[in-house]
Design a binder for this molecule. Structure first.
Ligand code: ATP
Length: 651
């Protein structure tokens, strides 16, 4: 679902539109390509609210500055000081240059009229050279400092984004709005603080130029100063308006861009290539991508054209004012009220004030636009992880026994009405092995996720050795659990790394890794690889070995066995294993799980019956719980499913 999908659909088709909202597909795979955007905050229409909004955005932008300055300082104090010094100097240079030009012209006139010497002219030219050289050097320093800062700041921010993302709760990654925010923070935001800083420094530099120039202008003609001041305002207004629209479009485009990225990955990633080819989906996906791209381009085109046409039209007003000023000065010179040097100075000053004012506005609207992106970054960085340690976490017992108790646990995934678990109560004694069974969607994996505290129950509680899981530090709790999930990860690394990552403390402990591989039944295959445990797995490597599905599953199992914990959780551990490998694993599991509380999910009843107790879930509720014999004798749901499968085997 895109954020506000249903509302958005209503906006597109109307309340009693051509199609009922629920039939509007927003996956991007079929249906209209003009995927509606989430609602953009309304543009204020009347002057008063526009002014109020401007005040808010100025305040917001200014408030954003200290954070950015801090980031820049953190990235490099030396470069920050350097760039600040150069800014002040380069702010003054245009005024100095203009003043030197005036003196030079006046000296030339004086020399012509035999009131001065050529020596004066040489000196002034030397000064002029100095000022021009300083301008060139300061601009070079700015470029160098900026690109170095850019590198460092991008690294700092990407680090922060990664560090924060690694702390966030699982549900955050599963919501589409938060996913968009994460995408913005990871891709757009890293370059923004420096742009913001550059704009802010530009603002300071321009202010210095502006103040010194205006001082010159006011002393000669206040009217001239006023006209130069007012002319560029319209250009600013249009800039700030389109700046915010550009942000919204990039942000809002996320849903459409996300679908484009997905379509592109369907065609360009090895993972999907087989199916895409078999079903002949390639050209279809390419065509969908093209259509979505067209919509995205059209929206971007409209904005770019409007933004630039408006800016240029308003900018013409400023040009007109500039020409009027030039005429005024020229007439004054003809009238003999100004010297030739004054004429040069005023022309330079007036032009400079005008460019400064529009520069000020441009810098400010740049800051405003960057600030909107930064807001997203800060909002992301400000998102509190929902699964956190309590203020005073209870220390884990020195030996965790693995006594698990669910007390009327209910759970609904965020944004869903239907509970995935409903009033679930059961108990597992320390060291016991329990198989969890049930139809697809019954809530089995959810149960495991709650036990690992990837989510917290909506109601009820889960106890480990008599203590509510929420009283422990979740990270400490997870060190007590080894788990293999249904959708395990296949790391693009060596076989040893793939297993070693299961226990960071023993990442390079080769004998232990080999033992874990033996436990999972992966050792023979790894030994047969070209470089044994050091063989790279996966296609990212030139010499990477492609493993079969079952072989990968054994590696993932070995990773789970790498940790020696009191609780072992396996979500369909043998779904990809052959019959022999499955049999071997379950034979070993008896030894492997001795003294550990073990839970596994399986749809194969031959393995399920080997568990000490069996928990049957049905529509998120505990339907049956007991030994195989008890449940068979009860002739309930378990007995029915068991017989169904057994009969199929016996023909
Ligand atoms: N991340 C999620 N967000 C929202 N709903 C979810 C999420 N994961 C699972 N669900 C829903 O919760 C219910 C239980 O899912 P769960 O994965 O626990 O089922 P399961 O019993 O493990 O199924 P299977 O045997 O197919 O693996 C399902 O109806 C599913 O649609």
């Amino acid at each position: 679902m895109i954020p506000g999908g249903r509302d958005a659909a209503v906006r597109v088709f109307g309340r009693r539109g051509r199609r009922p909202p629920q039939t509007v597909p927003d996956s991007g795979l079929t249906g209209p390509v003009d995927i509606p955007e989430p609602k953009q905050p309304d543009e204020p229409k009347d002057l008063r609210s526009r002014f109020a909004r401007m005040r808010t955005s100025v305040a917001g932008t200014v408030r954003g500055l200290p954070k950015v300055a801090k980031l820049t300082w953190q990235a490099s104090p030396v470069l920050t000081i350097l760039i600040a010094l150069v800014t002040v100097v380069s702010g003054l240079l245009p005024t100095v240059t203009a003043y030197i030009a005036k003196i030079l012209l006046d000296s030339v006139v004086a020399a012509i009229q035999h009131r001065g010497t050529t020596g004066d002219i040489v000196w002034i030219t030397l000064f002029q050279f100095g000022a021009l050289a300083a301008t060139a050097i300061s601009s070079a320093i700015t470029t160098i400092a900026q690109s170095l800062l850019q590198e460092r700041m991008t690294l700092t921010i990407r680090n922060e984004v990664m560090a924060h993302a690694s702390k966030l709760h699982l549900a955050y990654f599963e919501g589409s709005t938060s996913y968009d925010m994460l995408r913005q923070a990871a891709q757009e935001a890293p370059s923004r603080p420096l742009s913001m800083m550059t704009s802010a420094l530009g603002l300071i530099r321009t202010t210095i130029t502006f103040a010194s120039m205006i001082a010159l202008l006011v002393s000669i003609s206040p009217l001239l100063a006023l006209v130069s001041l007012l002319a560029p305002i319209p250009a600013f207004v249009s800039q700030s308006r389109y700046g915010s629209r550009a942000f919204w479009l990039t942000f809002l485009m996320s849903p459409i861009k996300r679908r484009m990225d997905y379509l592109s990955s369907l065609v360009t990633t090895d993972q999907y290539a087989k199916e895409t080819k078999l079903f002949g989906l390639g050209p279809y996906f390419v065509e969908r991508f093209r259509k979505l791209g067209q919509v995205s381009y059209e929206r971007q085109r409209k904005l770019t054209v409007h933004r630039n046409v408006a800016a240029t039209s308003w900018g013409l007003l400023s040009t007109l004012a500039g020409s009027a000023i030039a005429l005024y000065i020229a007439l004054e010179a003809v009238g003999g009220r100004l010297t030739l040097g004054d004429l040069a100075l005023y022309t330079a000053a007036a032009t400079s004030v005008q460019t400064s004012v529009s520069g000020l506005f441009t810098a400010f609207s740049g800051m405003y636009e960057n600030n909107l992106y930064l807001d997203t970054l800060y909002r992301f960085l400000g998102t509190e992880p929902e699964i956190v340690a309590p203020a005073r976490p209870r220390p884990l017992p020195t030996t965790v026994e693995g006594h698990i108790r669910f007390e009327t646990v209910s759970f609904s995934y965020p944004g869903t009405a239907e509970p995935a678990l409903h009033g679930v109560s059961f108990e597992i004694r320390p060291g016991e092995t329990v198989a969890v069974v049930g139809r697809n969607g019954a809530g089995k994996s959810t149960l495991f996720k709650l036990l690992c505290r990837l989510y917290d129950p909506t109601a009820g509680r889960i106890l480990l050795d008599g203590v509510d899981l929420r009283e422990f530090d979740p990270e400490a709790l997870r060190t007590q659990i080894s788990a293999m999930f249904q959708d395990y990860v296949t790391y693009q690394g060596t076989a040893a790394e793939n297993i070693g990552l299961g226990d960071l403390d023993r990442l390079t402990d080769r004998p232990h890794i080999e033992e874990s591989a033996r436990r999972a039944g992966a050792d023979e295959r790894i030994a047969a690889l070209p470089e044994g445990y050091d063989s790279p797995l996966g296609r990212w490597f030139d010499q990477g070995v492609s493993l079969s599905g079952g072989e990968w599953q054994k590696i993932a199992l070995a990773r789970a066995f790498q940790r020696e914990t009191p609780i072992l959780i396996l979500d369909e551990p043998t779904s990809a294993l052959d019959a022999q490998a499955e049999h071997d694993l379950f034979s070993r599991l008896r030894t492997l799980s001795s003294g550990r509380t073990t839970l596994y999910i399986s749809h194969r009843f031959s393995t399920v019956r080997q568990a000490e107790r069996i928990l049957l879930l049905d529509h998120g509720k505990v339907a049956e719980y007991g030994t195989h014999e008890e449940l068979m004798a009860a002739e309930g749901g378990y007995a029915e499913l068991f017989t169904l499968q057994a009969r199929a085997y016996l023909g």
